[in-house]
Design a protein around this ligand. Structure first.
Ligand code: SAM
Length: 190
């Protein structure tokens, strides 16, 4: 499987924290690049290690990697043609986020104990096989909303709130301000 990454590795928040990957199925290249981009940015910013993208979308992957080169962290974006193969062979807990699933609060203790998690989010249409292949179907409230919101709430539930520390390899770091913007350029490693 081809892997696209900007290089540096993201370290988990603590040694006990699960390593979280995201699988986005049903992406429509050319139709919803913005939504998939937001799902990937949220996943990256909230502690996921990589996003598998099905079907592949090289332009979108390039744009996401450009973000990672500026802001660091080593988030990977991996093109996937056979999403079922990935789900079947994943060495960890596969949690499909769906409004029809079990309440997140009930599943969270199990997710927090896992070593590796694959969070799967769908698009406009979700392949029916996903409900059967997933280890667990999880709902962030049993109402329809969005893959970005579902991912964000679930990642915070598993990994906690993100810190304001710039990740490893970041070229720029934001200095939090009550008002206005302050961004500093970090020295390049020799
Ligand atoms: N029509 C789709 C279906 O059959 O389930 C849902 C489309 S929804 C716009 C896109 C994605 O958002 C879903 O595949 C799911 O991953 C996520 N999602 C939306 N509402 C959710 C909820 N209440 N809990 C968990 N995930 C949700």
């Amino acid at each position: 499987m081809a892997t696209a990454s900007s290089g540096s590795k993201r370290t988990p928040k603590s040694s006990a924290a699960p390593e979280v990957s995201v699988l986005r199925v049903g992406h429509r290249p050319g139709r919803d690049p913005r939504l998939t981009t937001h799902a990937a940015l949220a996943a990256r910013a909230l502690g996921a290690r990589r996003m598998y993208l099905n079907p592949p979308d090289p332009d979108l992957i390039d744009r996401l990697l450009a973000v990672d080169r500026r802001w660091g962290g080593g988030f990977e974006v991996v093109p996937v043609t056979d999403w079922k193969g990935l789900v079947r062979s994943f060495d960890g807990t596969v949690a499909h986020l769906t409004m029809y699933g079990l309440p997140l609060a009930r599943v969270l203790p199990r997710l927090r104990r896992a070593r590796r998690i694959l969070l799967v989010v769908g698009g406009a249409k979700v392949p029916p096989d996903l409900y059967r292949l997933a280890g667990v179907n999880v709902a962030v409230g049993n109402q329809p909303h969005s893959e970005v919101a579902a991912l964000a709430v679930t990642l915070v539930g598993i990994l906690g709130l993100p810190t304001s520390r710039a990740p490893r390899g970041a070229r720029f770091a934001i200095v939090p301000q009550a008002r206005g913007k302050r961004v500093v350029e970090r020295p390049r490693a020799p």
